[in-house]
Design a binder for this molecule. Structure first.
Ligand code: G6P
Length: 611
């Protein structure tokens, strides 16, 4: 949440920062601002998208070789020009950009008000910069020292960059709980919430650790701990292609990412399985093989779409590896004093690897001695680094706020995990394992085929674009898919949608069904097929309009559903990888037809770094 970017070097800073902010806009987009140092320290900010800030500064003098920018997802204070970052201190001599939340800001603000500081905005970030100014004035110390001392006073999460009028060649940055990446170029440095604003200029990056402070001064980078101990930075070479963060001819990132799935699913299993020789391997599991084999329980923690992938994994792991699984919302798990033992394995699933609640759930489970296995998409992310072992999903950068290819990549990796543990525990016999491997290898082609339904789904979308409610029903492996389909629709089209296990419909949602209610039923050929056919009849009997996702060649459901979408046949264990595709496309087209901003839906952010 919130994207930050800063630059110091030989180039003009403004264009680099504006472009960087656009790349980070998926993290928040309710207002944006920029601070540039030339003869003085100038701050420009504007409510709305980065493009509005860009238009606002078009006529201004924005030259300079050092500066920083911010795109906001509001926590404290409504989105407006004043609450936008950067924030000046009272004297206007220093400015800050901040991603995170300062929990003790109210107490600090009271103290600072008593000392005569003044505030323009309602933000916690303005309190932070005034605290730094206060410390600097009282201690007559350097900017870097004032930031360091301030970090001992604040409680909460932050990634910050500070610029000072009196130190015109210096950037001071720090992080705790919110990501910050340093890009190391030739005589130039970049700072950003993730690597996407940087890769155009350099592939060498340093992921700042919590409680570290980076000072870039006179072309030199110095990283120190909060205790002022010099740190040796680890420079990593990034392998991210520029095309992967551009739209590549698609109208939206979401559509591009939906269509990338044959490739991203393949990438997520690449090198981990060869069906021909019955070979499977995953580095993270190998290291902790005994723990996995002897685990008494697996707890999955995640949020949002990743939680839905976790639900699919519950079915997979219990069936194939016969280990009891509990799937938890990280935000609930972390606060309810859960029972965790050293024999438990906690699997944390996160696309961004930065979700604050998931990170806190990991820390809690770690403190109780559990082994933590991470499944993340973003390489080098906080969650990837906080876990004992793990597997990257390798889906490539996901920019659209509504998660699509990350979900199918997570499900693929979780399927591999379930198969590997099942085979090691002897609960998954070799023939069945082989069958699943062969079928998994076929999935990318079948996803490709499912994507050919796009035109048909577009036509169906046109029929339902004005609906005000939707119900999604599924059973077994398709129950989490129903939840995911409903989430996709509500987050980007703002149509109220609910996902339900089809049998639960009778315990409430059936009361909602009338001729106005579209009901998406995921009814592929599996062990609960007969049952879901009955559920469709129940919907029809109440005049609900049924859109059924069925297996190719189904000749029963077409006679009873209003619209039928056929996906290729596959094993029941793998069906979510196919049945979710039409639901992604349906939500995409409905949202586009309703004129919604698909890639940047209102109120949402891609990376939820606040709890
Ligand atoms: C936000 C995003 C969702 C995502 C969820 C969990 O709500 O908009 O797409 O599923 O966070 O994020 P994570 O990065 O942990 O998977």
């Amino acid at each position: 949440m919130c994207g930050i970017v800063a630059y110091v070097g030989h180039r003009e800073a403004c264009p680099i920062i504006i472009k960087g902010l656009k790349r980070l806009e998926y993290r928040g987009y309710d207002s944006a601002g920029i601070a540039l140092m030339n003869e003085s320290l100038n701050v420009y900010k504007k409510k709305g998208k980065v493009s509005e800030l860009e238009a606002f500064i078009a006529e201004k003098d924005v030259h300079g070789h050092i500066g920083m920018g911010h795109t906001r997802w509001a926590t404290h204070g409504e989105p407006n020009d004043v609450n936008a970052h950067p924030h000046f201190s009272s004297s206007k001599s220093i400015a800050i950009i901040h991603n995170g939340i300062i929990e003790n800001y109210a107490a600090l603000k009271t103290l600072l008000l008593e000392k005569g500081h003044t505030f323009q905005s309602e933000t916690d970030s303005e309190v932070f910069i005034n605290l730094i100014e206060d410390i600097r004035t009282n201690n007559h110390c350097s900017l870097e020292e004032a930031v360091r001392l301030a970090l001992h006073e604040v409680v909460g999460a932050y990634a910050i960059v500070v610029l000072s009028k009196d130190d015109p060649d210096q950037l001071v940055a720090a992080r705790k709980g919110s990501p910050l990446v340093v890009g190391v170029g030739q005589g130039e440095y970049f700072l950003a919430s993730d690597a996407t604003p940087i890769i155009e200029y350099t592939s060498d990056v340093i992921y700042l650790n919590d409680h570290e402070i980076a000072v870039i001064k006179n072309g030199e980078l110095d990283i120190r701990s909060k205790e002022d101990v010099k740190q040796t930075p680890y420079v990593q070479r990034l392998e991210m292609a520029l095309e992967s963060i551009e739209k590549g001819g698609y109208e939206h990132f979401m559509l591009k990412e939906i269509f990338e799935q044959p490739r991203s699913i393949l990438d997520s299993m690449r090198g981990r399985m060869i069906a021909e020789s019955n070979h499977m391997m995953m580095g993270g599991i190998r290291e902790f093989e005994n723990k996995f084999v002897n685990a008494e329980r697996i707890i999955i923690v995640a949020c949002g779409t990743s939680w839905h992938a976790g639900l699919v994994a519950e079915y997979l792991i219990e069936d194939l590896a016969r280990i009891p699984v509990e799937v938890e919302y990280a935000s609930e798990f972390r606060y309810r004093n859960p029972i965790i033992s050293e024999k438990d394995i906690v699997i944390a699933i996160s696309q961004s690897g930065e979700t604050a609640d998931t990170l806190a759930a990991i820390e809690l489970a770690k403190s109780k001695g559990a082994t933590i296995f991470g499944i993340c998409n973003v390489v080098g992310s906080s969650i990837a680094r906080a876990t004992d072992a793990g597997a990257y999903t390798h889906a490539g950068p996901e920019i659209g706020v509504a998660s699509t290819k990350a979900f199918t990549a997570q499900v693929t990796v979780l399927t591999l995990v379930a198969m590997i543990i099942g085979s090691k525990r002897g609960t998954l016999e070799t023939t069945k394992l082989h069958e699943l491997m062969v079928e998994l290898e076929n999935i990318p082609d079948k996803v490709e085929k499912a994507l050919q339904l796009d035109e048909q789904i577009q036509e169906i979308s046109a029929m339902f674009k004005d609906a005000t409610n939707f119900l999604y029903l599924g059973r077994g492996y398709n129950f989490p898919v129903a939840l995911e389909g409903a989430l996709k629709l509500k987050e980007i089209s703002y149509i109220h949608a609910e996902g339900y296990p089809a049998a639960e419909m009778k315990h409430g949602p059936i009361a909602l069904i009338d001729a106005q209610m579209p009901v998406v039923v995921i009814a592929t050929k599996d062990s609960s097929y007969e049952k879901i056919v009955s559920n469709i009849q129940e919907v029809r009997a109440r005049k609900g309009r049924v859109i059924a996702i069925v297996t190719e060649g189904d000749n029963v459901i077409p006679a009873m559903a209003d619209y039928v979408i056929e996906v290729p046949e596959t094993s029941e264990h793998l069906v979510p990888l196919l049945s979710v595709i039409p639901l992604q496309l349906l939500s995409y087209h409905i949202a586009v037809m309703r004129g919604c901003n698909v890639d940047q839906p209102r109120n949402l952010a891609k990376s939820v770094t606040v709890e």
